[in-house]
Write a protein that binds this ligand. Sequence first.
Ligand code: IPM
Ligand code: MN
Length: 357
Amino acid sequence: MYIRLAVLPGDGIGPEVVAAAERVLAVAAARFDHQVDSRRWPIGGAALRLDLPALPHDTVQACSDARAVFLGAVGDPAFDDLPREARIETALLLLRERLGVFANLRPARAWPGLEESSPFKPERIAGTNLLIVRELLGGLYFGEPRGLDDDGAGAYNTLRYSEPEVARVADIAFTLAAGRRGRVTSVDKANVLETSQLWRRVVKETAPRFPAVVLEHQYVDACAMMLALDPRHYDVILTENMFGDILSDEAGAIAGSLGLLPSASLGSGPALYEPVHGSAPTLAGRDVANPIGAILSVALMFRHSFQAEEEAAAIEHAVADTLASGARTIDLVPSGSRSLTCSEMARAIADRLAQAS
Ligand code: IPM
Ligand code: MN
């Protein structure tokens, strides 16, 4: 097939992990006979440095015209003092909004052989394979009104959800759970928040359409603890925007490093693929970043944008085999131990993917 991509390397380690992902994508394309047409567009600090806004108009247009969008990372401390409207984080939120990607999929696994890299007890996390489905376009991130009080002595945000916003993301979580182990854990704070009571009701109303899926509800504080105590319990965790942001970083620690986590953000148009980690400015330019989150995001792209399960599974196998062989980037080993660079890890995975054919 013909794959037209908009690639947004962004800031910090973004360009490095994107190069790693593109290397694996090129091998997958050759092996499965696909043509990739990818063009790069500026976003974030990289755009600001070109005297463009953090989300340039041409970038949005190119993303809307592509079959899928691949993003490295955004964030640059040099621009931390900009007002919120001009901030880099705001550009990312705007891009998600413009693409209409309301369902953010963040899978996390304890990869065999890697349990020792996690700060959690290996016997507790071994076999963990969960998927966080985070609502991405609502809640506190987007609620109006928001702002600082005129005297600067107070500030406010609005947490608001509507039935259709909950229903559409719940639908995706149940559909995905039906193809996995058949459990949805809906995470909320219904003992305190009206938005969570609405969330719970709409999720309950969704469940009967998926008789093969078991639904349970958990409060977010309990979930944060249970994730650490018994992560294997979870199959699909369905939750609102802010809770999903927080719990997915915790899932990164369970997996062993946030650098391992990929994501897919789905809506009705082109989907957005990005590793869960940020731009990690202190690691930038040193070829030490973990490219696996980005590489696994390529697998998610094949699966969710191109319905190419074989390609997705081949990339995931190449990652699993490479990790099982003992290959580690610096984030996965005790300090001072030998490790692979970002590009060496990418080459190791790309070689395995090529050999498997
Ligand atoms: C993430 C990030 C973003 C978010 C920031 C950079 C806006 O933390 O993708 O998890 O909060 O969604
Ligand atoms: Mn986050």
